[in-house]
Design a protein around this ligand. Sequence first.
Ligand code: F6R
Length: 609
Amino acid sequence: MCGIIGFSGDRNCVPILLDGLGTLEYRGYDSAGVAVQTECGIAVYKTKGRLDALRELLKTHPEAQGTCGVGHTRWATHGEPSDINSHPHEAENLTLVHNGIIENYAELKKELETLGYTFVSETDTEVAAKWIGHVYKQIGDPVKTLFAAAKDLRGSFAFGVMYHDRPHTLYAIRRDSPLIVAKTDTAGFIASDIPAILSHTRSYYRPGEDVVAVLCGSDVHFYEESGAEKNLVQETVNWDVEAAQKCGYPHFMLKEIHEEPDALRRTVMPHLKDGVPFFGVPMLDGDGLKDVGTIHIVACGTAMHAGLLGRAWIERFARIRVDVDIASEFRYRNPVLAPNDLVVLISQSGETADTLAALRLAKSRGVHTLAIVNVVGSSVAREADDVIYTWAGPEIAVASTKAYIVQCATLRLFALRLAFVHGKMSEEDVRTRCSALAQEMPAEISETLQLAPQLNEIARRFKEHEHIFYIGRGVDSHLCTEGSLKLKEISYIHCEAYAAGELKHGTISLVEEGTPVVVVITEDSLAEKTISGIREVRARGAYVVCFCASAVADRYSIPADEIVRIPAPAEDAPLPLMTALQMLAYYTSFEMGLDVDRPRNLAKSVTVE
Ligand code: F6R
């Protein structure tokens, strides 16, 4: 999704804006631009394509210098990626950048057109710029204008605004789209995310939706609609620049996969007390879970896939009913929610628009909400009744890896807590499983990372194919769903995941000579049935690669072309096995020479519906 950076300070802002945009590249974008307050007024430089194209453009404009400016990376929603649709956008009295979607832009555009306004781009943002500019003409006060104009806008937004008659000053307002504000002794910053300000400061403000931020150099103020100044408390980043850099790895994705053992320990250890789950949340640690009704897990993409694993564990360990919903479906299907139900939202970023909307829906129905979130202070974290943080650290690669592992680990702890509270598992059994999660599994993931050469070899074979299938049963079918998403999103190879028993109900007709089929087996009790599935697809010519817990490989004769042995007992194997599937996806994309960290059409943080 779009990235915003703004600077007001004592130096030329252009290199600062470009560096800041560089740190936001992970969000996904297709064009970039900056606006600078130069000696001759505000000048805009923008272009379709990567940041390098913008850098080249700026080289031909030595006059692009000034101490106040905004920068933007655009992920196209309204209108194709093009120079003209890129941000910043201008009205006659202001220039702005925007992240989000203005849903009623067509109505506003019509109204502005009847007033004589004309438009050069196809974007909703240009309409917003001209609308705010129109309001400014009437009100004349920059802060009041933003509050008033925001009331007319439907949808989500974070705006960074420079009014042409307010030199050296940045204004910002947000609704449902992320935006932070920071200051040093000599400058003020606005940004979509923390990496953009990390080389300047580790402290930042997270303005809510009820304030306008005004920055003039290091003079930073927040105002409420009444005009009163609002004091916000600064938050401190608890990870450093290093954590947001590649540290010698060729890609963030590979680095983040290698961080999984640490991320797992960092997430599990603080959530254990005397060896059993403890969340520091009264409802979870007390008796609050005793009479819980249905648990609704709601999330998007990879986070939703973690929810599928969570459901399997909660139902298996605690025998409590769990529904898993895609957030964009949940919010529109008028879900049946009972007062004692619990809605669990899972999100790495905590800013995913559909997940946030699902959370608000659940709250509006009076149902208790629990968020499992990686970004401290993010919108989902702030709005949920309770939060369990995962401690994966910053995830920069678009394809989520370590965040999935810690989401699953948190759900497993939650399932064990439920099992204990409901008398379905002894304290000793809970303790043994918690210890495996904290001690053995990180080590097993580290050992799995040693399988890199074998996985790279398989990737070389896979890259030649157009279709790949993933099959498994039970928990393994959920690992297949996430493993195939990982491969398709970064290699662009068409992959499908199927419950192995479902194959012969139609899909097997797609298997032909040489079609790669990935088979996953961690479920010992279902191994024989999955092995029958291997025989079925091999009889149709499939090339079978079986990822299985080493104990399963020892016990059964597996008729696969290639076996990837996961060094973990069957019960612990799902998480390390996912590490291996993530590496397979990584190496396939790498071997195909693709942009592993920034796959086409995708954004890291999906802050629009
Ligand atoms: C895929 C991926 C996405 C996200 C999804 C939800 O690798 O990263 O499917 O999982 O967009 O994002 P969060 O977890 O930030 O809500």
